[in-house]
Design a protein. Structure first.
Lengths: 671, 343
């Protein structure tokens, strides 16, 4: 949470020769982050980020305490100007005649304190108070409300003020709400409560306070108020937090209570409050104050082995120095020099934050100054772990595709329900979020294709020579466990570029040591996205490559044509290898022959190639060289490892090839 | 005969010296020194000469042959170096024919750079689940249920029944879950850098719902704050530049004690203070010494081992580096080619 503290208010408590920028610098380095200093007129206002563990710093008083401990370490003088709290003429009792209190469960409210102020004159608060509140971003309303806010900023203790005469029968029951109860808060909003919110019910059975968050409208102060009940409490942080989350609203007071406030701070706040009321509203306090505090703070201790300090910081600090560091922060230190230990008694305002020795070490280290510690690289043993080869291959694939003109995309891991359906996925089979940000990002994607089709659509102006790829995770549900996060490599080329894409896949796999891929036509006529006549499935479950149906492209807002390859990268990783093979260079030249074959178009080139290859061991390579109308020319390379081949030998093989092709496919040589 | 020979020599030499190209030279060589060339004719006619003249004519013929050869060689060299063949003109300011140039995403480039910096000092690169259990993302990191610290991370929940052992299924809001994962599979010494996707329910000029973080974890005997400072200084100098410095300030995380915020000195004013920075410094991210409870949850004895961790946004850190003035972080995930193809 962020708080605003005017410098002049701080100096009412803190006497120091440090200038505002110097105060901010010292605090930022050793205590809290002063994010900004604003100059408003001739006033400086600190904008401070207070972390969740230090609610004690969310006040002028808290910052003063820190500053007094920190500033001297930077060479500035710093001491307390006046003491808060002071002597009290008030008597604390557990029963008063002006208020009957019943608390159903003490865990709801660890300390319940209230003072009755009579003869209150409602009016504006003095200029100096209004000015200070304004500098903190708080609107001044009237003296009573302003005093309450003033206490919150000065001491970090939220308080509430009731119009005493509006409390039915002078009776209060502090309890948990039931589901369905209602209260209209001070801001005029009617709120429907769930079970478990801390509320106060008066003698007339009405809810008059949403404890720790906001008071009720029915008990609020107005210009006719004559008697005020000053209410100073601490509440159970968990219930306050639960209430704020369920009701979806939060106040500064609630934010403080959520962090668990120090009940010992109640009395100083009450005393100061009474003082301000008597000064500014002409009120007279009824001397007996009701204070229900069944479990007063028992000082707790933490023992610290001083050698642990060196273990964490890396430098030695003497026990005496440690004592001078910790004492100004409120710790009582007992040094046990013989055992090189110390015993620290924790002040009430740090009770929730300091529990283990490491917590004390943080206190010592930050005041000593992290900026004062040396800086060295660790020199211990290196972990003896085989690195994950996936990163190496991913880098290789990405850079290879980049050098072939591809642009890498990063699409969102979450897609919409319609994206899923448009690609033929059944939404109920995939994981969805229970609190998505929007409909666009509701399901964990089982494919990279929808996202990249969107990229195609959004970049139509560049659509002619588009080459995209993404190498990232998809998420497949697993029963009773976390989903399988599978790496997929998806690429997209705009236009009718099937053979180019096939070539890219083959060469890319070649780069990874994966050779001899085999492509087969996609069998299914029922694919939602693939054009089945122009799509191939790669063997070994490596993936699919083909044209996307124009109707699907249209659904994503893309026009034209696109060829996509969708590869299981996890599978690729299992096959990738850096291992090379050496084949001795043949001593004798190969013989190369081209055969033009005419075969029915349903006969696959791969089948013809395979059939030719099988004919003789002398054939070291067969590939489709050219295609013209119905003739396919195959280039056949013959080689013998130990000698030159004679043309008669080749002729024999050629005859056999022609025979086999005729038998198998009804194919013949072109005339 | 002698006259004839001398005439041949003079003719040959002058023709050779006037030769303009290699072709001509070759023709001249053939003409004078070839099998059917001028000198060959003379040599054929030698036996018809009177014996007393034969040897002197023979000698002269050889001399002339040598002279012609030498002249040819000299001229050949001359032509090679001052060849007027090698003239011709093209307009060199016309566009070149460029090979294909693709583009890796900025995030990939950032990740490559960041991991290589850490790998140089012995860190092992890891990647841990993006869809995680509450235990790994929060509870194991010392953030019990209902703790206000959880609010800092606006978490996405997956619509499945929670696990009895591990709690709800979430999209991890930070790479710190990787700390629990790492301790599960490795014993100290641990030096790891986890770069993974994270998710948070935020969408504005400086936040996207899906982003990358990199998280370093070092656990060993005798690890202190000075080592954390050392690693931070090393990173900041390698990544931002040799003149840059890092500093740590007090902060709070449930899973570290002490906790820090890390700043890097401003690249523009080098720490003196200017319009672009906060008193000479820019915020980088968080860090801290691993909380003993977290070590315990990871099965490591905090009496024997200590460690530190730091976790920062990849996008943010990278954008701070080169002064890339990308005002809106959402541009990084817009996949507009006019943006991606700039890098």
């Amino acid at each position: 949470m962020n708080i605003l503290i005017p410098d002049s208010w701080l100096r009412e408590f803190l006497e120091t020769n440090a200038k505002p920028h110097e105060v901010a610098h010292a605090l930022s380095l050793c205590s809290v982050s002063v994010e900004r200093i604003e100059k408003i007129g001739d006033e400086y206002v600190y904008d401070i980020e207070v972390t969740t563990n230090r609610p004690d710093l969310a006040s002028v008083w808290g910052i003063t305490r820190e500053a007094i401990a920190i500033l001297p370490r930077f060479g500035y003088k710093a001491k307390m100007n006046s003491s808060a709290g002071g002597l009290s003429k008030l008597t604390l009792v557990s029963q008063v005649d002006y208020l009957t209190v019943k608390i159903t469960n003490p865990s709801l409210c660890p300390r319940f304190t209230a003072a009755l102020l009579e003869n209150v004159e409602i009016g504006p608060s003095p200029d100096w108070m209004q000015k200070r509140l304004n500098l903190c971003g708080i609107r001044a309303l009237n003296n009573v409300v302003d005093i309450s806010n003033y206490l919150m900023v000065e001491l970090g203790q939220p308080t509430h003020t009731f119009d005493y005469d509006k409390i039915g029968s002078g009776k209060m029951i502090l309890r948990e709400s039931q589901r369905g109860e209602e209260i209209t808060t001070l801001d005029g909003t009617k709120r429907h409560l769930p079970k478990g919110v801390i509320v106060i019910e008066d003698g007339k059975g009405r809810l008059i306070d949403l404890c720790g968050i906001m008071g009720g409208e029915n008990s609020a102060i107005n210009e006719k108020t004559k008697r005020v009940l000053l209410f100073v409490q601490t509440y159970d942080p968990v219930r306050i937090r639960h209430a704020c989350q369920t009701l979806s609203f939060r106040t500064q007071a609630a934010t403080l209570f959520e962090r668990s406030l120090d009940p010992e701070n109640v009395m100083p706040a009450l005393n100061r409050g009474v003082e301000l009321f008597e000064k500014l509203t002409g009120a007279k306090v009824v001397e007996k104050i009701i204070d229900l505090y069944p479990k007063p703070y028992k000082p707790k201790g933490v023992n610290l082995d001083i050698s642990l300090v060196e273990q964490v910081l890396g430098i030695k600090i003497s026990p005496q120095e440690i004592k001078t560091i910790l004492e100004p922060l409120g710790f009582e230190i007992l040094l046990q020099t013989a055992s090189h230990k110390l015993q620290a008694t924790i002040p009430s305002w740090r009770a929730d934050d300091i529990s283990i020795p490491e917590d004390l070490i943080e206190e010592i280290a930050r005041v000593w100054g992290y900026h004062n510690l040396p800086s060295t690289l660790p020199t211990g043993q290196l972990p003896n772990i085989t690195p994950n080869p996936a990163f190496y291959w991913e880098d290789k694939v990405k850079n290879t595709l980049k050098n072939w003109g591809f642009t890498e995309t990063y699409t969102y891991s979450l897609i919409s329900k319609s994206d899923l359906e448009n690609c033929g996925f059944e939404p109920q089979n995939y994981l969805r979020l229970s609190n998505p940000l929007t409909e666009e990002w509701e399901y964990l994607r089982p494919s990279l294709i929808p996202g990249n089709l969107k990229v195609l659509a959004e970049n139509q102006s560049q659509s002619e020579k588009l080459r995209l790829f993404e190498l990232s995770h998809i998420y497949l549900p697993r029963k009773g466990g976390l989903p399988e996060e599978k790496l997929i490599l998806t690429g997209l080329l705009s236009g009718e570029k099937f053979y180019e894409t096939k070539g890219i896949i083959e060469t890319l796999c070649g780069e990874l040591g994966i050779k001899n891929l085999s492509f087969k036509p996609l069998d299914s006529k029922t694919s939602t996205i693939w054009l089945s006549g122009k799509t191939a499935v790669i063997d070994n479950q490596l993936g699919t490559v083909g044209e996307i149906k124009p109707s699907v492209l249209e659904k994503f807002g893309a026009t034209g044509k696109a060829v996509v390859f969708d590869l299981d990268f996890t599978k690729i990783l299992s096959l990738a290898t850096t291992q090379k093979q050496y084949h001795p260079i043949p001593k004798y030249p190969p013989l190369i022959e081209d055969l033009s074959i005419v075969a029915p178009s349903e006969v696959l080139t791969a089948d013809i190639t395979e059939a030719i290859r099988k004919v003789s061991k002398l054939i070291v390579d067969v590939s489709l060289f050219d295609q013209f109308k119905n003739a396919r020319t195959f280039r056949i390379i013959y080689q013998h490892p130990q000698r030159n081949l004679k043309s008669e030998e080749i002729a024999k093989v050629r005859e056999k090839i022609i025979k086999v092709l005729k038998q198998k496919f009804g194919a013949k040589l072109k005339e | 005969m002698e006259e004839q020979l001398l005439r041949i020599k003079n003719q040959a030499v002058s023709l050779i010296l006037e030769a303009k190209d290699l072709k001509e030279l070759e023709e001249l060589r053939v003409q004078f020194l070839g099998k059917k060339g001028e000198l060959a004719k003379i040599i054929k006619g030698l036996p018809k000469l009177a014996p007393e003249n034969r040897s002197s004519i023979g000698r002269l013929t050889n001399e002339i042959k040598r002279t012609i050869e030498e002249t040819l060689e000299r001229q050949l060299q001359q032509l090679k170096t001052h060849s007027t063949q090698e003239s011709g003109y093209i307009d060199v300011t016309n566009p070149g024919i460029k090979p294909a140039q693709g583009h890796l995403h900025l995030i990939t480039q950032a990740i490559e750079e960041i991991s290589s910096i850490f790998e140089r000092i012995g860190f092992v690169r890891r990647r841990y689940p993006e869809v995680e259990w509450d235990w790994y993302a929060f509870e194991g990191l010392n953030m019990p249920q209902n703790h206000p610290a959880r609010d800092e991370w606006e978490t996405f929940f997956v619509d499945v029944p929670p696990s009895k052992k591990y709690g709800s299924m979430v999209l991890t809001p930070h790479t710190s879950s990787g700390q629990m994962r790492e301790m599960e599979v490795n014993r100290p010494p641990i030096r790891m850098i986890n770069i993974s996707k994270c998710f948070r329910r935020q969408w504005d000029v400086s936040h996207v719902p899906m982003f990358y973080q990199f998280e370093g974890l070092v656990i060993d005997k005798g690890i202190t704050i000075t080592h954390l400072k050392g690693v931070l200084d090393y990173f900041v100098q390698s990544f931002f530049g040799p003149k840059r410095k890092s500093r740590i300030r007090p902060f709070h995380f449930q899973f570290t004690e002490p906790s820090f915020e890390v700043d890097v000195s401003c690249g523009v004013c080098l720490g003196k203070g200017c319009k672009l920075c906060k008193e000479g410094w820019l915020e980088l991210g968080g860090a801290g010494m691993v909380h003993p409870q977290v070590l315990k949850n990871g099965g490591i004895n905090s009496k024997d081992y200590t460690g530190f961790a730091f976790g920062w946004g990849v996008e943010r850190t990278y954008m701070m580096k080169s002064g890339l003035k990308i005002g809106d972080i959402r541009l990084l995930y817009s996949n507009d080619l006019r943006f991606l193809n700039q890098f």
